[in-house]
Every structure is written in structure tokens, then in C-alpha cells.
Design a protein around this ligand. Structure first.
Ligand SMILES: Nc1ncnc2c1ncn2[C@@H]1O[C@H](COP(=O)(O)OP(=O)(O)O)[C@@H](O)[C@H]1O
Ligand SMILES: [Mg+2]
Length: 291
């Protein structure tokens, strides 16, 4: 990202949030532009954005799945993404997590980390966690063992050979168990959990790695109404501590958790605003009803 673009973005955000960027602690951190930072604790959000996509495009066999997509997310924000099937929602997450390389555009984590210069494992290490549609927990292992494994994986292979939970990690594990409503099922094999509980466990496996940004693709698909409500509560408790990008079709779920909703269509942003605002937008009505 060029300093000019950064400045433009910062001005827009400052206007938005009535923030005076110049007064921020490290407002003049211009020496850092474009450098590769490996330590997730160094994600620079002084410009008010944890994720920044600009003019991103990708084609598959000549078909533009993502088309000049620009979008940004504030630290601690819970952003909902909706849009018809094939809009490019999953492909956008593939790009952010390094699974798919865009043909053009910029993708930044904070204002200094160029995600296009990192591969998938590096991006996870930097603090971007992703939850795919289908739960991928280890069915034979208990809830506890699944979480412990996620903690080990985070430490890297070498450290995991000598891995033993210390008290801080035990506390963290207990806290995550509580957050995902599975404290009563610690010794249960994951295979015996309900679909919703498996989804929560997988979210827990991400949380234990303390991601800065969490991407969740259709997290309540296939859940019962009760599980969906509890998932909404869970997401609301995560908001502020983590930044979240949630793709969902379930509008009552979106209504419960959303502040700003972004509507994707044909690989770019069609509309953005509160759920009421975007649902009243003629173009949004057209793409949902007109096809
Ligand atoms: N790896 C791929 N190869 C070819 N086409 C793809 C690939 N990934 C996605 N697409 C196409 O890109 C478009 C967007 O897909 P996707 O991101 O899955 O949409 P959404 O998640 O919004 O339903 C679709 O038309 C899909 O068929
Ligand atoms: Mg999808």
C-alpha cells in the first residue's frame, strides 16, 4: 500500500470515526510501510483498520469471481457479509487467508502487513483464523484433547514435542471451554457432539490461538434454532476482543449480531450499511429476488 493510499484511507476513517489520526501514538510510523512483519503482536491498526482490501480481482478460466473488490474492517468490528450464491464470499476469504492469489489488488493486515507476501500457514501464524463451513474437529479425540491439540499446533512442531500445559494455558483452555458452552463436555469424544457443538468446538480451537481476525463462513448452517441463538450470543461476546468477518444467509441471525452489513454480488460490494438499510436497497432486492 502506498503512503498516499494509506493517507486517503486514514482520512476517510478519521472522518468516519471522528478520530484525529495525527494524535495517535505511532501516527508517524511511515518507516514501516510495506515491511514484512512476522509477529502478530505488531499488527499496526493506528490507521483504524485491521483488514484492508483494495481493487482485488481474481479470474477462474476467464470468469471474474472477484471483481475490483474494496472493503475494510475496523479492529474489534463484527462485519457481516451477505450475498447470493456465487457472489464471491468464500473466494474473498480464500484470498485473505492466502489460499487463492488474486490477479491484482492489495490485501493488508493492519496498515503494514502485506498479506500477498505471505503464504497460508504464515497468515494463520500472523493471527488470522478461519472457520470453514463444515466442522473439521477430530472425532475420536475428546473436546479437551481437540483444544489441547489446537494449542500445541499454535506452538509449532518443535515446541509441541515437549509440550505441557502451563497454568496460563490451562486457564485459557478453561475460559475457551466456557465461552463455547462446552465446559460440561470436556471428556466427551468430539464425534458424539451435536452438529452445533462441533461447530463451537472448532471455533474454540481457533480462539485458543487468540486470533486477531476471525473469518467464519456460514457458521450457523445446519444448526437448530437454539444453537443458532447461542452462537449469536457467542459472537457478541467475541466482538471487541477479536475482529470478525461472518458470512451468513440466516437473516435473523445477521439481525441479532450485525452492525454493518456488506452485500457482495458478482465479486464486488453492491451495498453496505445496517441490515435495514441494505434490505431496503433496490439493487439488493433485485439481486435477491430478481434471479
Ligand atoms: N477454484 C475455483 N475454480 C473455478 N471457479 C471457482 C473457484 N472458486 C470459486 N469459483 C467460482 O467463483 C464464483 C464465486 O464462488 P464463491 O466464492 O464460492 O461464492 P459464494 O461463497 O459467494 O457462494 C462462483 O461462480 C464459483 O463457481
Ligand atoms: Mg460460499
Amino acid at each position: 500500500m502506498t503512503p498516499d493510499l494509506l493517507k486517503k484511507g486514514a482520512e476517510r476513517i478519521a472522518e468516519h470515526a471522528k478520530l484525529v489520526v495525527e494524535s495517535t501514538e505511532s501516527g508517524g510510523r511511515s518507516a514501516g510501510y510495506g515491511r514484512v512483519v512476522q509477529d502478530a503482536d505488531q499488527v499496526d491498526v493506528t490507521h483504524g483498520r485491521i483488514l484492508y482490501l483494495e481493487d482485488v480481482s481474481v479470474s477462474f478460466d476467464g470468469f471474474k469471481a472477484i471483481n475490483k473488490l474494496s472493503l475494510d474492517i475496523a479492529p474489534g468490528e463484527l462485519r457481516c457479509i451477505i450475498g447470493p450464491n456465487g457472489a464471491g464470499k468464500t473466494t474473498m476469504m480464500d484470498i485473505i487467508t492466502g489460499k487463492t492469489r488474486p490477479d491484482e489488488g492489495r490485501v493488508f493486515f493492519g496498515s503494514t502487513i502485506d498479506l500477498l507476501r505471505h503464504n497460508e500457514p504464515q497468515i494463520a501464524q500472523l493471527g488470522i483464523g478461519r472457520k470453514f463451513q463444515k466442522p473439521t474437529v477430530f472425532e475420536q479425540l475428546t473436546v479437551f484433547e481437540n483444544l489441547e491439540l489446537a494449542l500445541k499446533t499454535n506452538k509449532g512442531v518443535k515446541a509441541s514435542m515437549f509440550f505441557k500445559l502451563d497454568s496460563v494455558q490451562s486457564d485459557r483452555l478453561a475460559e475457551v471451554l466456557h465461552t463455547i458452552h462446552l465446559s460440561d463436555s470436556v471428556s466427551k469424544p468430539a464425534g458424539l457432539l451435536s452438529h452445533g457443538q462441533k461447530q463451537w468446538l472448532e471455533i474454540g480451537m481457533l480462539l485458543i490461538q487468540d486470533p486477531k481476525l476471525l473469518l467464519l463462513d456460514e457458521p450457523v448452517a445446519g444448526m437448530t434454532d437454539h444453537e443458532t441463538e447461542r452462537t449469536a450470543e457467542l459472537f457478541l461476546t467475541l466482538k471487541g476482543k477479536h475482529s470478525l468477518m461472518v458470512v451468513e444467509h440466516d437473516m435473523s441471525f445477521i439481525r441479532t449480531i450485525s452492525d454493518i452489513v456488506t452485500v457482495l454480488c458478482d465479486g464486488s460490494v453492491l451495498a453496505q450499511g445496517t441490515l435495514d438499510q441494505v434490505q431496503a436497497d433496490e439493487r439488493v432486492i433485485e439481486v435477491y429476488l430478481g434471479r
